[in-house]
Design a protein around this ligand. Structure first.
Ligand code: MLT
Length: 261
């Protein structure tokens, strides 16, 4: 399992979305490394992680993260993830709640896929295996970034596209099938007893604000940060706003501050 590690202090693990890789957290690492030990793995089938299973379930990915923490001798950490990384984060909490000191759930949801959603996953898995990642990038890009960003920041659009094209079709197909199999985690939410930050771009149509509100409403004491003008990849589109919500949250709970209701 490939990963980056930076900084020193309480451990913060950040899990990327689909079909991306750990490079998406670069701007968060730059800020967090001053006070935290930040670990960003490539989930199985993605980036430079060699592991591929078919399907790649959220639980398997969560177990990979637990094995990495074992290897790094990290007993417990703040665990955060964006989108698919959030699905893995919730699966990790269900499996290993004692290893989680706080949760960060960005542009993600607790619900399982609908039947239509599952069918679309399988079609995309087959498309990736037969035609490669180009059609996946073409279909996803307009949903990942806001229309403003797409028209005004060709550099960011190009780097997100390059990240998608860099994902192996076998890894993408396995993750799509794993996401289709994922369980509904809404019943887990009321049992979450660690500080939780939920972030979402106000223009996220893939995992919209109402999905973030559902998590906020059910996780006792959690707080919600709306990232204005961002779509699905809120950490890349609005890094300053994303980072300030994240740092404020991490500092508050590290210092024993009360959570906002
Ligand atoms: C992601 O960004 O990880 C994906 O959009 C998640 C999904 O397809 O459900």
């Amino acid at each position: 399992m490939a990963f980056d590690e930076a900084g020193a202090g309480p451990a913060v693990v950040l899990l990327h979305g689909f079909p991306f890789n750990r490079s998406m957290w670069r701007q968060q690492i730059e800020v967090l490394r001053a006070n935290f030990r930040v670990i960003t793995p490539d989930l199985r089938g993605h980036g430079e992680s060699g592991l591929v299973s078919e399907p790649a379930t959220m639980e398997e990915m969560a177990r990979d993260v637990a094995a990495l923490l074992d290897e790094l001798r990290i007993d417990h950490a703040t665990l955060g993830g964006l989108s698919m990384g959030g699905y893995v984060t919730l699966a990790f909490y269900r499996l290993f709640p004692e290893r989680v000191s706080a949760l960060v759930l960005a542009d993600t949801r607790a619900q399982a896929d609908s039947e239509d959603g599952k069918r679309a996953r399988e079609e995309n898995a087959q498309r990736a295996l037969q035609q490669g990642m180009e059609p996946i990038a073409d279909a996803m890009l307009p949903k990942l970034l806001s229309s403003n960003t797409l028209s005004q920041r060709p550099d960011l659009s190009a780097s997100v596209r390059a990240m998608i094209l860099g994902t192996r079709p076998e890894g993408a197909a396995a993750a799509l099938r794993g996401m289709a199999l994922r369980r509904d985690q809404t019943d887990l939410l009321p049992s979450i007893s660690v500080p939780t930050l939920v972030l979402v771009g106000t223009e996220d149509n893939l995992t919209p604000v109402e999905d973030a509100r559902l998590i906020r409403d059910r996780v006792r004491g959690s707080r919600l940060a709306l990232i204005d003008g961002a779509a699905h990849l809120s950490n890349l589109e609005r890094p300053d706003e994303f980072n300030s919500s994240l740092v404020e949250f991490l500092n508050d709970y590290k210092d024993g501050g009360e959570q906002n209701a």
